[in-house]
Design a protein around this ligand. Structure first.
Ligand code: AMP
Length: 408
């Protein structure tokens, strides 16, 4: 049974905003969360980006906020990165465009003046990264005394990034009477412990177990020497059907190198990573979103929370050492039901990473032929092709012949 947003009892100004975004059908997490959130329940959502989880909490919070109109800070959303915080802020702006609430986004790495001014002019909603928020709270510039709605987004990533102490300090300042929402892509013990402390009798909503999202994405692995990766990347990128490509590297340094290599070969590329100023990051993202730049090279942290539709290909120039990152990375393509392709370059020293990834996603990734042969490339491809007990069990994504295979 497919439901429409009309059936979710959302108020007219929200319906109008959704219509303007062109959204007619709620995603599964929206369907499962919105009724309970409108009823005031706490919620634990196990979902990754790309599932529509932001709207799943922004819409019901906005609706519940319309029940009264005092101009005090009533909603706090915590997010791990400034990009994600900015994006959640944009969602409040988009879905709340026909309501009268004001929101602001608070994050580090930029001057605090404008953020403090925005808060002192009066805001209903703050979206923040933990460090800067705590800083402003300690200076007495932000008070959480009147918070009614609290969201902790991407909790697993927050803990990975070492925010646990800041988060605990922030939570300690929240009023007891509140509605709390907790989202995480994964639920390791430390994360579920935090959820238990934060939530009261929550509804639990779990969508798209990771493997199902992954299964929609066509995946291929190139066994290639590290030294040949740049050439292989260039060769892939000149193909027309790679229209908007997100390339991942493990380090900032490598991201810069790959971007300058591609630019020097006339493939328009921008890079984002933690060392770039906020202005430079915003500019890079805009250039990529608008299509002026075909390729964005990013590190995992910088890419976290980036919300860009129509990414045709994700390319793992280097494989991540945490297999979960592979799922986050490739989930950047095939968003909101679209098709997508993810390629991975695997050098000799990355084969253990590949093995961990295949174990996690329970798929054997198809080996792609290419022109940069070496003993390693040949042996690795040969070993992957030989049936072993594990290979026989693992399913293989098949590529349409002739479409993605290319040889010189
Ligand atoms: P999120 O998981 O919140 O990062 O959202 C993923 C993407 O899906 C974003 O680009 C949203 O704007 C988009 N989106 C959210 N809800 C819907 C919907 N009901 N229909 C279509 N797209 C949506």
């Amino acid at each position: 049974m497919i439901m429409s947003f009309q059936q979710l009892n959302l108020i007219e100004p929200l319906q109008r905003a959704l219509a303007q975004q062109g959204y007619t059908t709620p995603t599964p997490i929206q369907l499962k969360s919105i009724p309970d959130l409108l009823a005031g329940r706490d919620l634990i959502g196990i979902a990754q980006t790309g599932t529509g989880k932001t709207a799943a909490f922004v819409l019901p919070i906005l609706q519940r906020m319309t029940e009264k109109y005092p101009r005090v800070l009533r909603t706090l959303v915590l997010a791990p990165t400034r990009e994600l915080a900015a994006q959640i802020g944009d969602s409040f702006a988009a879905y709340g465009q026909f309501l009268k609430f004001k929101h602001t986004v608070i994050f580090g790495g930029v001057g605090q003046g404008p953020q403090v001014n925005a808060v002192s002019r009066g805001v209903d909603i703050v979206v923040a990264t933990p460090g800067r928020l705590l800083d402003l709270m300690n200076q007495g510039k932000v008070s959480l005394k009147y918070i009614e709605f609290f969201v902790l987004d991407e909790a697993d990533r927050m803990l990975d990034m070492g925010f646990i102490h800041d988060i605990r300090k922030i939570i300690a300042k929240l009023p007891h009477q509140r509605q709390s929402l907790f989202f995480s892509a994964t639920m390791p013990p430390q994360v579920s412990q935090l959820a238990q402390q934060l939530l009261r009798n929550p509804v639990r909503v779990e969508v798209a177990p990771q493997a199902t999202t992954v299964e929609r994405i066509k995946q291929g692995v190139f066994f290639v020497d590290a030294a040949a990766k740049e050439k292989l990347l260039l060769e892939l990128l000149v193909q027309k059907h790679l229209t908007r490509v997100l390339v991942f590297t493990r380090t900032k340094h490598r991201a810069n190198e790959v971007a300058s290599y591609l630019n020097s070969h006339n493939v328009k590329t921008v890079a984002i990573h933690g060392n770039k100023s906020q202005g430079a990051r915003i500019q890079a993202l805009q250039s990529f979103k608008s299509g002026r730049t075909k390729v964005l090279v990013a590190t995992d942290i910088a890419a976290r929370g980036i919300d860009i539709d129509d990414i045709s290909h994700v390319i793992n120039f280097e494989l991540p050492n945490e297999p979960e990152s592979y799922i986050h990375r490739i989930g950047r393509t095939a968003r909101a039901g679209a098709e997508g392709t993810a390629y991975s370059f695997c050098a000799a020293d990355e084969r253990d990473f590949l093995r961990d990834i295949e174990r996690l996603i329970r798929l054997k990734i198809e080996v792609m032929p290419h022109a940069y042969h070496s003993d390693y490339a040949q042996n690795a491809a040969g070993a992957a092709a030989r049936p072993s007990p594990r290979n026989q069990r693992g399913r293989s994504r098949s590529f349409r012949p002739g479409k993605s295979h290319f040889r010189r």
